[in-house]
Each structure stands twice: as structure tokens, then as C-alpha cells.
Design a binder for this molecule. Structure first.
Ligand code: F6P
Length: 345
């Protein structure tokens, strides 16, 4: 049996652990031939690949990024390809056959799962593996990459605390997460954020400013405000300002307290995966090889109640896992006085 592996979408820690998990199990346990496809779906269009031996998969567990490269190529979105008459999905199908693949393992986030599901409908044998720092892939309790990004953001918040304290400032820190607030919420709580803004909870500027002013009155001269990049704010559509920039300016103007902003950006996606992400990526990878050996296609591996299971790709595609309003962690954080911008605590 021949399987291909690709990594698509934004990179994150744990991709190499997942490639290794799929590849080693495929070679050592099931005797499969493994091909690494370059740069996500672009590699399937341009037929850029290499054969991966067990040796090629050694020594990559701890490496950040992806040895295969990645891209945000969406073959079903812009289907035309140069002067070629065939559509990109047709080219991918042809190349899949040319390579003699029996299965293509697609490691990625929401966009990748959508493409994976469409390719599955197109007749390819597909298995998806969820990765993302945003933790917003529907159908799995956790995606790898999230834990590592949470650690980076938490460490950044720890460091910013000392500066906030020394200068008696309000520090606004913008955390990634796309349309979801998981990363801001979890790192915000782990890093002791006083005010946490996430896209799922609409905020009220006067509630926020009253909260920060009251903290100051109580003798707490600095505050940490964690802002998810995906929150709504007046100038968002123009894409001129970041969420942190808007919120910091508004706080300083309304409260008169010195306020600074920091955008954590891509450092959240870089570097070596945490132990938890290495283990999750390894479990997901090995399970994908197992599904392939049993001919279980058109599925995404997913974590459910501590077990790795299969979820149909058709159920995952096009959905987003957002932070639910009744998440117990939200209630607990409110009980400790954390403000989410909607009510004072
Ligand atoms: O999905 C991961 C992510 O880092 C998001 O948190 C962020 O909004 C987006 O990717 C950034 O995308 P790009 O790498 O295209 O700038």
C-alpha cells in the first residue's frame, strides 16, 4: 500500500511529530510505502514529492515547522491552473493516480479539512489529521499545536506582568486564534489576565473601563488585558488597526491610565512542540496509519473523551468550534474576578 502525507495551512508545533507518527507506523507496522508531498495541496498540483524512508522520519519529533513545507493553496477555491485546461482538483486526482497512492493523509486545520472532504467526494481515499494553534477544528476536543502556542502566550504574559508592574501600566496583549477565543482564553487564564476579550463574548467598553478604573482605585496600579485577534472592533473592516491597538487606545483615552499594546504574532506558531503536543500528534499520526491499513477513509482522526476516534470528514467540513458561553472554565474564571468585558465579574 502507498500513502501520501501533506501538511497544509498555517504551520504549528507538532507537525513533524504527526508526519513521523503516520510514517513510522505506516512503514514499520504495516509495511507501506510513504511519500511526503511538498507544500500542502500545491505539491499535489505540481507533483512535488519525495519518498520517505524510516530513516528520513528519524530525528524530527522535536522540530518545529514542517519538513514537508506548507501553503494555503485551496484547489477548490480558484480552480484554474495557468494555461492548463484541467481544473486543480482534476490535476490532483491525476497526480494521485500517477503516484499510485492508495491514501492521502492531510494534516491541517479547518480549511484543510474542507478541501480534504471535497477530495474525498472526488474519489480520493483521504484521512484528515487536525492541527491548529486556534483549537477551532470541529469534531475533536483538541488539535495539536494548541498546547504549544498556549505555553508561548502564557510565558509572554508572565514576562509582560513584570513590565506592567514596574511601570504601573495597562498592558494589552493580542493573541492569535482567528475567529475563535480558545487561545486567548486559556493563555489568559494561565497567565493571570485580568480582562480577557474573546470573539464569542461581546464586550462593552464602559464595563471594561469601569473594571480597570476600579482595580486602580483598589490599589492595583496595573492590569493585564488579553485580546483575541478575532474580536470585533469599529475599524476591523478597514484592516488598518489591530484589535490590541484599538483596545489600548480606547482604554488610555477613556481611563487616562498609561496603556501599551503588544501583538504576539507568529512567535506563537514557532519552535519545538510541548510534550503534550508531541504525544497528541504521535497518537493522531499512528491512528491515521491504522485507519489507512483498514481501509477506513473519508474520516478525520479526533480526540473524544481521551480516545482517538474517527469522525466523518463530511461532518467536520465547513464547521467551526467556538468557545461555548456555558464553558465551565468561564464560570470559574468569573468567580475569581476575571472580567470578560460583558459584566464586571
Ligand atoms: O490558523 C492559525 C493562524 O495563526 C491564526 O491564528 C491566524 O489568524 C492565521 O493563522 C494567520 O494566518 P497567516 O499565516 O496566513 O498570516
Amino acid at each position: 500500500m502507498k500513502i501520501g502525507i501533506l501538511t497544509a495551512g498555517g504551520d504549528c508545533p507538532g507537525l513533524n511529530a504527526a508526519i513521523r507518527g503516520v510514517g513510522k507506523a505506516a512503514v514499520l507496522t504495516y509495511g507501506m510505502d510513504v511519500y511526503g508531498i511538498s507544500s500542502g495541496f500545491l505539491g499535489m498540483i505540481e507533483l512535488e514529492y519525495r519518498s520517505l524512508s524510516e530513516l528520513d522520519l528519524s530525528g524530527i519529533l522535536t522540530l518545529g515547522g514542517t519538513i514537508l513545507g506548507t501553503s494555503r493553496e485551496k484547489p477548490f477555491k480558484d480552480q484554474s491552473y495557468g494555461e492548463y485546461i484541467r481544473s486543480k482538483p482534476d490535476i490532483i486526482l491525476d497526480n494521485y493516480k500517477k503516484l499510485g497512492l492508495d491514501c492521502l493523509v492531510c494534516i491541517g486545520g479547518n480549511g484543510t479539512m474542507k478541501t480534504a472532504s471535497k477530495l474525498s467526494d472526488y474519489g480520493l481515499n483521504i484521512i484528515g489529521i487536525p492541527k491548529t494553534i486556534d483549537n477551532d477544528v470541529w469534531g475533536t476536543e483538541l488539535s495539536f499545536g494548541f498546547d504549544s502556542a498556549m505555553m508561548v502566550a502564557t510565558e509572554a504574559l508572565d514576562r509582560i506582568h513584570t513590565t506592567a508592574n514596574s511601570h504601573k501600566r495597562i498592558m494589552v496583549i493580542e493573541v492569535m486564534g482567528h475567529h475563535a477565543g480558545w487561545l486567548a482564553l486559556y493563555s489568559g487564564i494561565a497567565g493571570g489576565g485580568d480582562l480577557i476579550l474573546i470573539p464569542e463574548i461581546p464586550y462593552d467598553e464602559s464595563v471594561m473601563c469601569d473594571y480597570l478604573t476600579e482595580r486602580n482605585r483598589q490599589g492595583k496600579p496595573y492590569s493585564i488585558v488579553v485580546v483575541a485577534e478575532g474580536i470585533d472592533f469599529p475599524k476591523k473592516k478597514k484592516k488598518k488597526k489591530s484589535a490590541a491597538n484599538y483596545i489600548a487606545k480606547m482604554i488610555q483615552e477613556e481611563t487616562g491610565m498609561p496603556t501599551r499594546e503588544t501583538i504576539l504574532g507568529y512567535i506563537q506558531r514557532g519552535g519545538s512542540p510541548t510534550a503534550a503536543d508531541r504525544i497528541l500528534a504521535t497518537r493522531f499520526g499512528a491512528q491515521a496509519a491504522d485507519f489507512a491499513s483498514r481501509g477506513e477513509f473519508g474520516v478525520m482522526v479526533a480526540l473524544h473523551d481521551q480516545h482517538v476516534e474517527a469522525v466523518p470528514l463530511s461532518e467536520v467540513a465547513g464547521k467551526l468550534k467556538l468557545v461555548p458561553g456555558d464553558l465551565p472554565l468561564l464560570r470559574k474564571a468569573r468567580a475569581l474576578g476575571t472580567c470578560f468585558g460583558d459584566t464586571l465579574s
